[in-house]
Ligand binder design. Structure first.
Ligand SMILES: *Cc1c(COP(=O)(O)O)cnc(C)c1O
Length: 401
């Protein structure tokens, strides 16, 4: 995305705004499928929660992707975007039996991650095949906020509970057609991932009617210079080989499934915001933008470092800035970052803003959520309008006083 196009988008649709590049999304999708082209049946289910705009979902549908969903609303969005129910997998955590039944009714693949619901669902609907989410207790990455496979995690059915799980399956006479793991959001080490996969293969041998094995996600993308990136090609080579040999052993060609979010959309997105104020204090120069953690919470929530470029003055002399927002609370995007000289009115561009950025935006401070633009076939198109005052008041009721 060249700077002139981005500046033009701000002129046309205002600031702040999210911009996504469809071409980059497709490129990432193709890169992943290519890395696994030795597997007979591959399924990529895009994790909707990363970026759930309906036009983005339509894009994924047009390239043959499936969907990974975590709520019935995400399922409904997917169906509205044109996905067939059988191309959607539903992987909730801690939701009610009722919601799971409602999703099953729609014909969507159910993935259950606790024994209580498994037993209840299996007893009531033994004919509906379900996938089970296993917790292999493998810790991927260092940040406990985003590592969900370890021992204290609330996600998945512990491998230590497999005997209990097998008893439930036998007693209810239900069919397990898939097994799944999602160990966390950071696969730094392919060997750790392969190790977790072995646990999944071992578990898989207990089930006779499998159709697929879902390896979840956790592909890491670089956020700043020097960041490690998951080597997809190497993972593809090693896991494909192992998967194919497992299928031989199992006696059936299973589908290998993944459900990446970040890998597919993170780098395809940028967030554009305008500098309202440049404020010099005794020790720091603050650049205050017309946004805050109400629009992009990852730096405050996870300590994520999004690269920031001043696209209004890209060739300017670099100086140190702390980039902060307009929320009446600490909302720091970057501490003492080298950025080319910033003047009030300049447009800053935050990289890696495709995943978990807009979807986590809120109306805190009664601000409007930003607009979203998709560059599709070279043409920027508005895919979400900026909110208005009506949106702030929607659902609020004034009572007599
Ligand atoms: C969030 C989530 C994903 C996507 O994770 P990324 O790190 O964005 O690739 C995949 N599967 C499940 C079950 C998830 O909850």
């Amino acid at each position: 995305m060249d700077y002139n196009t981005l500046l033009q988008i701000v002129k046309e649709y205002g600031s702040p705004t999210y911009v996504y590049d469809a071409e980059k999304i497709v490129l990432q999708y193709k890169r992943l499928t290519k890395a696994f082209n030795n597997v007979k049946q591959l399924r990529i289910n895009y994790a909707v929660k990363a970026l759930s705009n309906i036009s983005v979902l339509k894009l994924f549908n047009s390239i043959g992707s499936g969907l990974d969903t975590v709520s019935i609303q995400e399922v409904q969005l997917g169906l509205k975007a044109g996905f067939k129910p059988e191309d959607i997998i539903y992987t909730p955590n801690g939701v009610s039996l009722e919601e799971i039944e409602n999703v099953a009714e729609l014909g969507v693949q159910i993935n259950i991650d606790n024994l209580s619901i498994l037993e209840q669902f299996g007893s009531k609907h033994p004919k509906i095949p379900v996938c089970i989410r296993i917790n292999p207790h493998v810790m991927a990455g260092g940040n406990t906020n985003i590592s969900v496979g370890h021992i204290d995690s609330k996600f998945g059915i512990s491998i230590h509970q497999i005997p209990l799980l097998l008893r439930i399956v036998e007693n209810t006479n239900m069919t397990i057609n898939g097994i799944h793991m999602h160990t966390g959001s950071d696969i730094l080490d392919i060997d750790v991932f392969l190790y977790a996969s072995e646990i999944l293969f071992e578990t898989a041998k207990n089930f006779k009617n499998l159709e697929f094995i879902d390896f979840g996600s956790g592909f890491k993308v670089p956020y700043k210079k020097g960041d490690i990136e998951t080597n997809i090609e190497e993972l593809g080579k090693k896991l494909s080989k192992r998967f194919n040999s497992f299928c031989k052993e199992y006696g059936k060609d299973l589908t290998l499934a993944f459900e990446p979010g970040k890998f597919l959309v993170s780098e395809a997105g940028v967030f554009l915001a305008k500098v309202n104020v440049v404020k010099q204090t005794t020790s720091t120069v603050f650049a205050q933008i017309d946004s805050g953690f109400n629009h992009l919470i990852r730096p405050m929530l996870y300590g994520s470092q999004h690269e920031i470029e001043n696209i209004s003055n890209p060739k300017g002399r670099e100086r140190f800035y702390s980039v902060v927002g307009y929320i009446c609370e600490t909302d720091t995007f970057a501490n003492n970052r080298r950025i080319s000289e910033i003047n009030e009115g300049d447009i800053l561009c935050f990289k890696n803003a495709g995943a978990y950025c807009f979807t986590m935006a809120s109306n805190y401070n009664s601000r409007y959520r930003p607009s979203e633009v998709l560059i599709y076939k070279g043409k920027p198109q508005l895919i979400r309008q900026r909110e208005t005052f009506e949106d702030i008041l929607r659902n609020q009721l004034e009572i007599a006083m």
